[in-house]
Design a protein around this ligand. Structure first.
Ligand code: PLP
Length: 372
């Protein structure tokens, strides 16, 4: 049996009649930018994450960039970001003209380490961006308390956290704003690029609505130099259909994660830690092993597809060579990049496929023990 990392087509084929009807409704409506589908999705997603406002935008990178701009980040400001994240978290900061200040993550939860935050805050620091990486919630209580003491904003990168809980409340409006990606592979994914910002702050929401629309709230009147970053209504209509299934899809992800957590004990793999404050939506299921590359090859040979999130930390990317970091600057992020591996997880996976992954991992780790 082969196990693909992700079966994206299944999310279409399983909902084909509803998706086809939604797309054709938009095509027949004459509304091809903004309009009722986008507004309905904004209301429904805000309600799902329990936020007062949702502003739909073109993608997750722009969602974070616009959220940072709206909270007042300006060129030359500093913004704290995790050392271990997808590069888009850093790109959003630098696209505001601000400087990313990297802070290491905890080696077991992969989330921003609150114990290291205080020393990273300077008078130029304007915001902290916790990333709920892999679907595991960051330690928001500690981060929010520190930000509050320093009068700076917390903008959550929730691109991987659709349906994740923190203290029993969905991620979406714990900080000043949360940015979302609906990239097709996400727990809630469009069939193209899509994103959003959620917030409880009405002023922030109004600014975001302007920023995504050329800086304008009245046609041909421009209060600031904004962007064209609008969600298209076809994607909004598709997301509305899929949102209705997100909870059951996340439940299936949790069942699979539970099996991995129980049945991979004793294999020598480092399994992800989720604190009692947090309930993960398991966008990804990361494991770590010192011989990650050999293990990955053995899994591939056994028909199990895996991916690495992420093989090069942002501070070692050529794009950020100008910041002057070299290898050794952030050992936890570097070690994570060298040893982490994402296992297949998703609502379309069968029990038999999960068993195949577990057995392949047991065999691969046993074989590596024998070689040692
Ligand atoms: C943590 C994180 N931040 C930001 C993004 C950017 O989202 P998008 O791909 O929609 O621009 C992603 C998506 O891949 C992500 O995983």
């Amino acid at each position: 049996m082969t196990v693909p990392f992700l079966d994206l087509r299944a999310s279409y084929t399983s909902l084909k009649p509803d998706i086809d009807a939604a797309v054709s409704r938009v095509l027949s409506s004459g509304w091809y930018i903004g309009g009722p589908e986008v507004e309905a999705f904004e209301l429904e997603f805000a309600s799902y994450v329990d936020a007062a406002h949702c502003i739909a935008v073109s993608n997750g990178l722009e969602a974070l960039q616009l959220a940072l701009l709206a909270t007042g980040v300006q060129p030359g400001d500093e913004v704290i970001v995790p050392t271990h994240t997808f590069v888009a978290t850093w790109l959003a900061v630098t696209q505001c003209g601000a400087v990313p200040v990297p802070v290491e993550v905890c080696a077991d939860t992969y989330q921003l380490d609150p114990a290291l935050l205080a020393e990273a805050i300077t008078p130029r620091c304007r915001a902290i961006v916790p990333v709920h990486l892999y679907g595991i919630s960051a330690d928001l209580d500690a981060i929010l308390a520190l930000a509050d003491r320093h009068g700076i904003s917390v903008v959550e990168d929730a691109a991987q956290a659709h349906g994740s809980l923190y203290h029993g409340r969905r991620i979406g409006a714990h900080g000043s704003a949360a940015s979302w990606s609906f990239y097709p592979g996400k727990n809630l994914g469009a069939f193209g690029d899509a994103g959003a910002v959620t917030t409880n702050d009405a002023n922030l929401a109004a600014r975001l609505r302007k920023l995504r629309n050329y800086g304008s709230s009245v046609r041909y009147v421009h209060d600031e130099q904004g962007f064209n970053s609008r969600l298209d209504p076809i994607q909004a209509a598709i997301l509305r259909v899929k949102l209705g299934h997100l909870e059951s899809w996340n439940s299936r992800r949790r069942e699979i994660a539970e099996r991995y957590q129980c049945e991979l004990v004793g294999t020598g793999l480092v399994l992800p830690k989720v604190t009692t404050d947090s309930e993960s939506s398991w966008h990804l299921f990361p494991v770590r092993h010192p011989q990650r590359d050999e293990m990955r090859e053995a899994l591939t040979a056994a028909g199990v597809e895996t991916l690495i999130h992420y093989p090069i930390p942002p501070h070692l990317q050529r794009a950020y060579a100008g910041l002057g970091y070299t290898r050794g600057a952030f050992p936890i992020a570097e070690k994570t990049a060298d040893t982490v591996l994402s296992l297949p997880i998703g609502p379309a996976m069968t029990d038999a496929q999960v068993t195949t992954v577990i057995e392949a991992l047991r065999a691969a780790t046993r074989a590596m023990e024998r070689v040692e």
